[in-house]
Design a protein around this ligand. Structure first.
Ligand SMILES: Cc1cc2nc3c(=O)[nH]c(=O)nc-3n(C[C@H](O)[C@H](O)[C@H](O)COP(=O)(O)OP(=O)(O)OC[C@H]3O[C@@H](n4cnc5c(N)ncnc54)[C@H](O)[C@@H]3O)c2cc1C
Ligand code: FES
Length: 243
């Protein structure tokens, strides 16, 4: 974990209340499923946001403005600086993917799957992505996943785009997959747990205190003992989860 200063290159609205921020800056260890913890002026606790894409020189975040911290982030502009703890958490284990992995994201659970898809496709894997949103104006990154070469299925709760319903309705249209990676709100993760036929990995967006294992504020029970979502997670494997 490194405390780094990143400079905002761009910060644009890409869907309803949803922003894409590209940052310039260096920190070692950027990988799919890891997250950064951002210091925002005027707030004691940092805000955790998943890596959407990145390398040793730049970092892309996609985030939804849901409260005061993320609203303040959304008003920041080119050239402004962000103090970031990078890169935190365990991330997804891409070695387990098999030949045809399925990626399932709901809402702000979509961003961490982008770098995941990018790496898997670069390794020659046949990637299917299922994206879930409430309404058409919330949909983002469909085109970006398709540009990578993934097959993309969208589900919206009101049926305004793609399959009407939840990601689990869209999963029914995927014939075969070797393994899965998912991220989204907890009720969605639980539904995915019940709807999937293979092993897979879940990224949890638990509320956090310190974000690096010191306060035990994010501890949860697993079949393999207590784990801190921020340090031992945010990714847990299907076999260890207790709902
Ligand atoms: C590992 C991890 C990765 C995340 N990645 C992303 C991401 O890529 N993009 C993104 O948009 N968000 C992501 N989140 C959620 C993000 O951290 C919160 O939305 C953000 O901290 C809210 O800050 P705020 O000051 O705007 O809202 P607050 O004023 O703190 O809260 C506003 C509302 O949002 C709810 N909320 C706050 N934090 C969370 C949370 N962690 N989970 C669920 N609800 C929350 C509160 O209950 C409240 O209703 C991630 C969270 C974690 C733990
Ligand atoms: S948030 Fe402090 S230990 Fe996880």
């Amino acid at each position: 974990m490194t405390e780094s200063i990143f400079t905002i290159i761009s910060n644009e609205k890409i869907a309803k209340n949803t922003y894409k921020m590209v940052l310039a800056g260096a920190a070692d260890g950027c990988a799919p499923g890891k997250f950064v913890n951002i210091k925002i002026d005027g707030f004691f606790l940092r805000r955790p946001i998943s890596v959407c894409d990145g390398n040793d020189e730049s970092l892309t975040l996609v985030y939804k403005a849901v409260g005061k911290g993320t609203e303040k982030m959304s008003a920041m502009g080119k050239g402004e600086k962000l103090n970031v703890l990078a890169y935190l958490g365990n991330g997804y284990d891409l070695t387990k993917s098999g030949d045809a992995p399925l990626l399932i994201g709901g809402g702000v659970g979509v961003p961490p799957l982008y770098m995941c898809a990018k790496k898997l496709i670069a390794e020659g894997k046949k990637v299917t992505v299922v994206l879930g949103f409430n309404t058409a104006d919330e949909v983002f990154y469909k085109d970006e996943f398709e540009a990578l070469g993934a097959r993309v299925l969208v589900a919206t709760a009101d049926g305004s785009v793609g399959v009407k319903g939840f990601v689990t309705n869209a999963i029914e249209e995927v014939e075969n997959y070797s393994y899965f990676y998912t991220c989204g709100p907890e009720p969605m993760l639980k539904a995915v747990y019940n709807a999937t036929s293979t092993s897979g990995e879940f990224s949890f967006e638990e509320r956090m205190g310190c974000g690096f294992g010191a306060c035990v504020g994010c501890t949860c029970k697993t079949k393999y003992g207590n784990k801190r979502i921020c340090k031992d997670g945010p990714v847990l494997v299907k076999e260890e989860i207790i709902w």
